[in-house]
Design a protein. Structure first.
Length: 140
């Protein structure tokens, strides 16, 4: 129920922001205390689209723990990193290690997305080699 409530708040905020003007702040607080991964994913997804600064603040606070998150949340985190680094290339150095770590995720989907993101973020031979190795592991 909570995960659907978060999506309902997101939809209301996106279409009728004046009804819940503090929705991003409420969802950011919810995200900090929530334990359920699908609820966290939906809350993070809302922040990604409604208040990217809050999403980045949350990610910065738990960057070292991303590998312990569920795959549904890891996928949204990869999406945020991709988006932020394309908009602001100077941010790449903050997130490249996280993407490298996600190449070893237990989820093939996360590994695939992380490899694709790594290739777009870095031209370094080690990054390309790591992404290629990940793709090969996924095929085999």
């Amino acid at each position: 129920v909570r995960r659907n409530a978060v999506l309902a708040i997101f939809t209301i905020y996106r279409n009728f922001g004046f009804l819940i003007p503090d929705a991003p702040e409420l969802i950011a607080e919810f995200l900090e205390s929530e334990q359920d991964m699908s609820c966290k994913r939906n809350a993070f997804l809302m922040l990604l689209h409604a208040d990217q600064k809050s999403a980045l603040a949350y990610l910065a606070s738990c960057l070292d723990q991303v590998t312990t998150f569920g795959d549904i949340l890891q996928l949204v985190i990869v999406e945020l990193i991709y988006k932020v680094c394309h908009a602001n290339p100077s941010e790449r150095s903050k997130f490249i290690r996280c993407i490298y770590n996600l190449l070893n995720s237990s989820s093939p989907a996360v590994r695939y997305e992380a490899a694709g993101t790594l290739i777009t973020l870095s031209n370094a031979p080690t990054a390309i080699k790591a992404a290629a190795s990940c793709y090969i592991d996924l095929i085999i």
